[in-house]
Design a protein around this ligand. Structure first.
Ligand SMILES: [Zn+2]
Length: 166
């Protein structure tokens, strides 16, 4: 894993730039700052409110509606991933995966940590290709497929008592 620069305006990976350009998203100061926030926390997830306060703490003058639209658009063009938060009924955003390809993602509902499931990724990719082909046959243009599994991670599960009951 390359170490990432803590600089505010991190380098935007080529693939993300391509997605931004395809979506016709202008690289405004707000866009760059929001991207920088996520690029500096590649494993992090931010709710809209968290992203807003983080950006405002860095001196960015952005209002909540503008940021909401921005996060939405970044998610729509595949730069960010949007995650439903079961409890709070809010969205959380994280940087879309690039180097992880289309590895299935397991997310713990309790602590919101994410895990990559490397096993079985070939099957997942085959299924993803199928889905994209199906979409294409309907005239749609799929860009990427996310496979997400939600549950409770090993760390959050109550310790097994070893008796194997229930
Ligand atoms: Zn957990």
């Amino acid at each position: 894993m390359p170490t990432r620069s803590p600089r505010e305006l991190a380098t935007v990976p080529v693939e993300l730039q391509a997605r931004l350009e395809r979506a016709g998203l202008r690289r405004t100061l707000a866009t760059r700052a929001a991207l920088g926030l996520f690029l500096n926390h590649p494993q992090g997830m931010f709710s809209h409110a968290q992203a807003l306060s983080a950006l405002q703490a860095r001196g960015l003058d952005i209002n909540r509606v503008t940021l909401y639209r921005l996060l939405d658009r970044l998610a729509a063009c595949g730069v960010l991933q949007r995650h439903a938060d079961d409890d709070a009924r809010t969205w959380r955003y994280s940087l879309a995966d690039l180097d992880q390809g289309q590895l299935p993602r397991f997310e713990c509902n309790a602590c919101h940590r994410q895990f990559r499931v490397a096993e079985g990724s070939a099957h997942t990719q085959a299924a993803a290709s199928d889905l994209l082909r199906t979409l294409a046959s309907l005239g749609h243009q799929g860009v990427r497929v996310d496979v997400a599994i939600h549950g409770t991670c090993a760390g959050c599960l109550p310790a097994a008592d070893g008796a194997g009951g229930k």
